[in-house]
Design a protein around this ligand. Structure first.
Ligand code: NAD
Length: 402
């Protein structure tokens, strides 16, 4: 089963509700509510930080409830209309603070279908050649880059130069220097960039973060975070190194790295890694089929992960001094299942794409700074770890992360 099938099975069609409204009807304990709210609303005013004009131009003031005024939505253009853009488009239909206002595609027939399906005006339809004309379009606030990994850099930078905020899908880019250039371009243009880290808005994962970082079961001593699926097809861009930057590590491993980092609240200091034996040499000529790695963190926890394109796994497990907590499924689109030493976890099933886009929109519409845990700097940290893991697997040596 490939990930889209697995994901389709899990994908919830339940109506999206905002996180605060869900709190009213859910049996979350107060500490969980406070933690989640803190994660969702950690903002500082841009004015204090001197962040630029692009954001100020968007800004509308919050109403009494701290929500953006409802008449302004964040107008989003999806760049790249592949499989995941389809999930995002559906999420945007359910969102409260965003509108799917534009598209960027190199395939004219897709433009016709999307225009009709999502009522997109001709003036908001771009291709990769006339993309830069976005600079003249006041009806697009943000470009969401959903292209193959190696193309993220070019389109994020072009979007920034056109004065648009950017969301870039994971992994942020394929090299550290690409990430640095993207961050610099956004800073120069006075726009904000987020990485599409949807799990930062997902209650089960944020509970894992809370349990780990607040040491609810004491110090975490061991984490296992793995993600994989089979069913790779010949010709997929994911199997071409120039477009993907690597195999399942780039595509799936980035979530596992994130999970270790948000459960421990620490940065890894070194990695060791091993490529698995290639069992389908006809497919895996350029990228790895599977990889296992170990990360060292200052606290000394044992941290193991596998990313694979040859079997299904979707799991996050943590063992601490006084108990355990785990999710499986943990990383796909849900619904997730989880339990701790004290019993089942019971959080709302959300539309992850709608929630992520809405939470980002609320911040941008309020003219505030996006939270650091979804920032370009955060994406850069993960790409540094990804590169260190590849180096460790290639050399067989422990690689320090600097
Ligand atoms: P996809 O193959 O379904 O779509 C890629 C799109 O890019 C297609 O519309 C394709 O036409 C376009 N494209 C433009 N130039 C191309 C080229 N030279 N080669 C190939 N395609 C080209 O891929 P996808 O699954 O939608 O992934 C896109 C991005 O989204 C990737 O960065 C991926 O990591 C990310 N993604 C994120 C999630 C998530 O849960 N956050 C899930 C899936 C994918």
């Amino acid at each position: 089963m490939d990930v889209s099938t697995a994901v389709a099975i899990h994908l919830s069609r339940k109506p999206f509700k905002t996180i605060p409204s869900l709190f009213k009807r859910l049996p979350l304990v107060l500490s969980q509510q406070k933690w989640l709210m803190k994660q969702l609303s950690r903002r500082t005013f841009l004015q204090n930080l001197g962040i630029g004009a692009g954001v100020a131009a968007l800004s509308s003031f919050n109403n009494k409830e701290g929500q953006p005024n409802n008449d302004k939505k964040l107008n989003i253009a999806l760049c790249g209309l592949g499989r995941y853009a389809g999930y995002l488009a559906e999420g945007l239909q359910e969102s409260k603070y965003c509108k799917l206002a534009g598209i960027v595609t190199g395939t004219p027939s897709k433009a016709v279908v999307w225009k009709k399906q999502y009522n997109i005006p001709d003036g908001n339809i771009y291709n990769y050649q006339n993309f830069d004309e976005l600079v003249h379009n006041k009806n697009i606030d943000l470009v969401y880059v959903v292209l193959p990994n190696a193309m993220h850099k070019e389109y994020a930078i072009r979007a920034a130069k056109a004065g648009k905020h950017v969301i870039v899908e994971k992994p942020m880019a394929v090299t550290v220097s690409d990430c640095e250039e993207m961050i610099a371009a956004c800073k120069k243009a006075g726009v904000q960039m987020a990485i599409g880290y949807r799990l930062h808005y997902e209650p089960y994962n944020m509970e894992m973060k809370r349990l780990g970082q607040q040491k609810v079961f004491g110090q975490v001593r061991l984490i296992e975070a793995s993600l994989g699926y089979g069913g790779s097809q010949p010709g997929e861009w994911r199997l071409k190194k120039a477009l993907s930057g690597g195999g399942p590590l780039m595509n799936l491993g980035v979530y596992c790295i994130q999970a270790h980092r948000y459960i421990l609240g620490e940065e890894p200091i070194a990695v060791t890694a091993q490529f698995a034996k290639v069992t389908k040499p006809e497919l895996f000529t350029e990228v790895e089929e599977a990889i296992t790695w170990q990360m060292e963190f200052p606290c000394g926890a044992v941290c193991n992960s596998t990313s694979t394109y040859n079997c299904s796994i979707d799991r996050l497990f943590a063992s601490a001094d006084e108990g355990k907590f785990e999710l499986s499924p943990a990383i796909s689109y849900g619904p997730f299942k989880g339990h701790t030493s004290k019993g089942e976890l019971n959080f709302p099933v959300i539309n992850q794409q709608a929630t992520q886009c809405d939470e980002i929109a609320k911040v941008l519409l309020a003219g505030e700074e996006l939270p650091s845990h979804i920032s370009g700097e955060e994406g850069l940290k993960d790409v540094k770890v990804l590169q260190a893991i590849y180096e460790a697997a290639r050399t067989g040596k422990k690689v320090a992360i600097v």
